[in-house]
Design a protein around this ligand. Structure first.
Ligand SMILES: Nc1ncnc2c1ncn2[C@@H]1O[C@H](COP(=O)(O)OP(=O)(O)OP(=O)(O)O)[C@@H](O)[C@H]1O
Ligand SMILES: [Mg+2]
Length: 302
């Protein structure tokens, strides 16, 4: 089994669902739930659930490092989460309005203090694939760390994938910058908004072709419309979304990435890897939160 290293964000998601109309400057009753999150940690969790040989490296507050490591270990992930003495665990407050629209307030906390020293030498042993997320590149403090990881991975002949992750941050930093920062990345996994933002092209087939000028492999997820991949040899491969009873879309892209990575790292072809991505995402959208169910994937996937 190929070893996959995931480095990046681990987050406490606080999900706020107001029970009445919001009263500015006063109290609004709400249901508030804490969930484990962070795009990179989510991908690691789904990889572990799929039975992949996966290590996650990240940073959290003194309060959260152990808790998050244990949460990932339950899925079979080898977790190396450094405890930060100065910063709290990253927190994202997600407010849901009546229409299900999500507004996110992001405090990167300890994720901002990630250093190359947090990645143990043992993490590099037999590594075949390294997965990173855009957040590590958007943050000026962790950008050099992410770039260093790309260089190290390539030195070892590992494949490097990146999920841009945030259209808002892409717009803020500018696409040209992001493309420059992620030079050397083999596989980019945008969602449809990120794909359009990065190319300025609306038509998704044309947009993946456009993006393949910068990244050898482009895997774009298109929500309920599935996914499309441009392979390094110029083939366009399509995948339908699996039918699912949608409960919560949070983490769909992360689950898809994990399915795709697990299959690709094991040497499966594009069509099989996309299918595994869609199957894994279908499990994610049918549950609340961004993490897998406890228990192995083969009891859920066919
Ligand atoms: N309504 C749906 N029904 C079934 N599958 C879905 C649905 N929405 C998304 N998916 C699956 O999830 C995959 C990823 O979804 P999407 O493109 O929305 O990712 P994303 O925007 O990165 O998600 P997130 O950022 O919330 O993790 C899709 O390719 C598809 O396989
Ligand atoms: Mg996404």
């Amino acid at each position: 089994m190929a070893r996959i290293l995931v480095v990046g964000d681990v987050v406490d998601d606080l999900i706020v669902r107001p029970l009445t109309a919001v009263t500015p400057a006063s109290d609004t009753p709400a249901i508030i739930r804490r969930r484990d999150g962070g795009s990179a940690a989510n991908v690691a969790a789904w990889l572990g659930w799929l039975g992949a040989d996966v290590m996650f490296v990240g940073r959290a507050g003194a309060d959260g490092a152990r808790r998050h490591a244990e949460a990932l270990e339950r899925f079979g992930v080898q977790a190396r989460i450094a405890a930060d003495g100065e910063h709290d665990t990253a927190t994202i407050v997600i407010t849901l309005d009546g229409g299900g629209e999500r507004t996110m307030y992001v405090d990167r906390g300890a994720n901002s203090a990630l250093s190359t020293k947090d990645v143990p030498l043992s993490a590099w042993k037999d590594v075949r694939w390294v997965h990173l997320t855009g957040y590590s590149f958007f943050d000026p403090v962790t950008r050099p760390v992410a770039q260093e990881l790309v260089v190290r991975a390539r030195d070892r002949g590992a494949v490097v994938s990146v999920d841009p992750g945030s259209v808002a941050f892409l717009r803020e930093v500018g696409v040209d910058q992001f493309v420059r920062w992620t030079a050397g990345v083999d596989v980019v996994l945008p969602n449809v908004d990120e794909l359009r933002c990065m190319t300025g092209v609306d038509d998704t087939d044309r947009a993946v072709l456009e993006l393949s000028r910068w990244y050898p492999t482009v895997v774009a997820t298109l929500g309920p419309a599935g996914a499309v991949q441009m392979t390094p040899d110029g083939f366009l491969v399509r995948q339908r979304a699996e039918a699912a009873e949608v409960e919560d879309l949070t983490g769909a892209g992360d689950a898809f990435a994990a399915g795709f990575l697990a299959a690709s790292a094991d040497g499966l072809d594009a069509q099989h890897a996309l299918r595994r991505g869609a199957e894994t995402a279908a499990v994610a959208v049918a549950r609340t939160g961004a993490r897998p169910p406890l228990g192995e994937a083969r009891t859920v996937l066919g």
